[in-house]
Write a new protein. Structure first.
Ligand code: HEC
Length: 224
């Protein structure tokens, strides 16, 4: 009789064999919002319909007294802000992007509070050095989607390529001053450093891991 452990190993071997054969065919298309596998052409778009009349239905969300129409909510260069009282002034790049360089407002996909729409990433509370590094990775072609057809990741990459360092830091500063959280015990070291530099505890965030804290970078971002 096979032991329970033996059964477990057989079951695990089956799982690994299945996932290895699935992966050999590329990432599962459903995970990226496609019905056909990666490497095949994206399905031809449906024939263009006559442009829809602007939807003037007033929209509401619970807890906000603001009213917007769909076009305002989806405005790439100034999306609706349902809870403006919940945050301080937004940097230009977060509120409006930079239309001349086709950089959509960060708040369109990540919201002014950085929590992000479900189909996009949440950016609130990211460690500062990770944020900067990942923007550079998008820019330098080191971070991309496993399915190259994925349009929102490709747009994120093009924004990072077109952003200036100052814009990246302004966006980062926003997230740092908004999140108001302190996590990871090792972040306390960075927090102590930030306080020594005279930064207010109420406005300071430290979600920093011990090894990658760059105090100078942190201070220059918060001070800027
Ligand atoms: C059109 C939607 C869209 C807009 C606008 C947008 N992003 Fe993103 N962003 C994404 C998506 C999608 C991802 C996840 C990419 C992936 O890994 O597939 C992402 C990821 C990120 C990440 C990495 C998050 C992580 O956990 O690793 C950062 C940082 C980021 N965006 C910053 C910005 C900044 C700054 C702006 C404003 C200039 C911006 N984004 C505007 C869609 C957007």
């Amino acid at each position: 009789m096979r032991s329970k452990f033996g059964n477990l190993m057989v079951a695990l071997a089956c799982v690994f064999a299945t996932s290895a054969s699935v992966w050999a065919e590329g990432p599962p298309p459903w995970a990226y919002g496609f019905t056909t596998p990666s490497g095949t052409a994206a399905p031809a778009p449906a024939p263009a319909a006559a442009p829809a009349a602007p939807d003037s239905t007033p929209r509401h969300v619970p807890g906000s007294d603001k009213v917007f129409v769909r076009q305002q909510i989806a405005n790439q260069y100034g999306p609706a802000d349902w809870f403006p009282e919940d945050h301080g002034p937004l940097p230009e790049i977060v509120a409006h992007g930079r239309q001349g360089a086709m950089i959509a407002a960060c708040s369109l996909c990540h919201y002014p509070n950085g929590k992000g729409r479900p189909e996009n990433a949440g950016v609130a509370g990211l460690p500062i050095s990770y944020f900067i590094q990942t923007m550079h990775d998008f820019r330098d072609g080191l971070r991309k989607s496993a399915d190259p057809r994925k349009a929102n990741t490709n747009r994120m990459i093009s924004f990072a390529k077109n952003m200036t360092e100052d814009e990246i830091k302004a966006a980062m500063r926003r997230i740092a001053s908004e999140a108001r959280l302190v996590a990871e015990p090792s972040g306390a070291v960075a927090l102590a450093g930030a306080l020594k530099l005279g930064l207010s505890p109420k406005e300071t965030v430290a979600v920093l891991s011990g090894g990658n804290v760059e105090l100078k970078l942190y201070a220059s971002i918060l001070a800027g």
